[in-house]
Design a protein around this ligand. Structure first.
Ligand SMILES: [Mg+2]
Length: 180
């Protein structure tokens, strides 16, 4: 079974540290100085005076116009993803996003030489739980609740998911090796 050896990785805020650039753009527009640590709620509109639609539009702008500036969450994620494949795992990148950002995601994965076996772009409200994997690394508190046993979720530490105290948590992708 493919799912027995497939590790699913979220993209935004697990591989790509997109909120760094998102906040640069937000701060430039609104003349503010918010840092990632300030975003302590998954729903950004609970922290910043901005609508859901504006939040989404700013993500689109960042991916379209500044994808080359989006840093990886660690400098070694190319090596880490390569080693996971070498160890016999499959890597499935599963990312829920606006379709217009799709090509820029591909460019970004090439630029940072991320190894993976396949990629799923979800454009609707489908749960990630439907896809084949045994372990998902994700930063979303919503996805955390949707992943059902025997599948497992590891939370990628971000300021907006710290209330998930009972979950296994990593803050760098290479910490995954200790869990496999
Ligand atoms: Mg994410």
């Amino acid at each position: 079974m493919v799912s027995n050896k497939t590790i699913a990785l979220d993209l935004d805020s697990v591989l790509a540290d997109v909120m760094q650039i998102w906040l640069q753009e937000y701060n430039a527009v609104f003349h503010t100085d918010f840092k990632k640590e300030d975003i302590s709620d998954w729903h950004i509109y609970n922290i910043l005076p901005i609508s859901k639609e504006e939040i989404s539009n700013l993500f689109i702008t960042v991916w379209k116009n500044r994808w080359q500036d989006i840093p990886p969450t660690s400098n070694d994620i190319s090596e880490v993803t390569g080693q996971l494949l070498d160890q016999g795992f499959r890597i499935s990148i599963i990312t829920k996003r606006e379709r217009v950002t799709m090509p820029f995601v591909s460019y970004w994965l090439d630029l940072y030489k991320i190894s993976f076996s396949d990629i799923v772009f979800i454009f609707d409200n489908a749960s990630k739980n439907h896809y084949p994997f045994f372990l998902l690394v994700d930063d979303s508190p919503i996805n955390a609740k949707e992943i059902l046993s025997p599948k497992k979720i590891v939370i990628f530490d971000q300021p907006w998911n710290r209330l998930l105290v009972t979950y296994t948590r990593i803050s760098k992708l290479n910490q995954l090796f200790d869990l496999l």
